[in-house]
Design a protein around this ligand. Structure first.
Ligand SMILES: [Zn+2]
Length: 217
């Protein structure tokens, strides 16, 4: 098996609603935030880890192809197209799809820095969420929690790579990637998607420098 090339997909991820990818509370002093988002450890800027994008797209493709594991772990048969493209511990075949960490676009880094200076925001939105006691119709006890999320409209730089090996059907790989990206726009990224978080769209997608749309083909 020989690696014969790479197909590179770049574009912009735009958050249509607030996006929440959980980070760790350990090394930060975040006043009053119960659930912080993930940030770059040095700059504090939010980013989307490639692992989050990959994991979600893999799950959606597993669901849509019916390759669903019953034990709650990642599906791992080693044979199906999801395992081939996303990698499997069962086989030694190399993973085809790589998803890079997605940093803020330059424009949005500037916007969030301005918001930090002007409004004191720490590159994020704080959202208080409560639970309602159905018997009384009032907020439940101890139910108020503060979630941090990336504000709606924020944009990140998307970058993914398809490795092509001899014998691979290159077009099939591209189509499978596009299918995954499209599913992601219909579903959500990060957490709390059923409560409106994490709706995203892809803008200005290019495959090896050539513009394409998820709606064609
Ligand atoms: Zn499989």
């Amino acid at each position: 098996m020989k690696l014969t090339g790479y197909k590179e997909i770049v574009g912009t991820i735009r958050c249509q609603t607030g996006l929440r990818i959980g980070g760790s509370k350990d090394n930060l002093d975040i006043g009053g935030v119960d659930s912080p988002i993930i940030r770059h450890p040095i700059t504090d800027l939010p980013y989307i880890p490639g692992s989050s994008i990959k994991g979600k797209i893999r799950t959606l493709l597993e669901l849509s192809t019916g390759n669903i594991s019953q034990d709650g772990k990642a599906h791992n048969c080693g044979n199906c197209e999801v395992c081939v493209f996303f990698g499997s511990l069962r086989t030694s075949t190399p993973t085809r799809f790589l998803f890079r960490d997605a940093p803020l676009t330059q424009e949005w880094e500037t916007k969030l820095r301005e918001a930090q200076e002007g409004k004191g925001l720490n590159f994020s939105e704080l959202k208080n969420e409560n639970w309602i006691d159905r018997r009384t119709g009032r907020a439940g006890q101890g139910g108020l929690r503060t979630f941090e999320r990336v504000p709606a409209d924020t944009e990140f730089q998307f970058n993914a790579v398809i490795r092509v090996f001899d014998g691979d059907n290159e077009q099939h790989g591209i189509n499978f990637m596009k299918k995954g990206l499209k599913l992601l726009t219909r579903d959500y990224l990060g957490s709390s998607g059923s409560r409106g978080y994490g709706q995203i769209e892809f803008k200005d997608l290019y495959l090896d420098g050539k513009k394409f749309s998820l709606n064609e083909g």
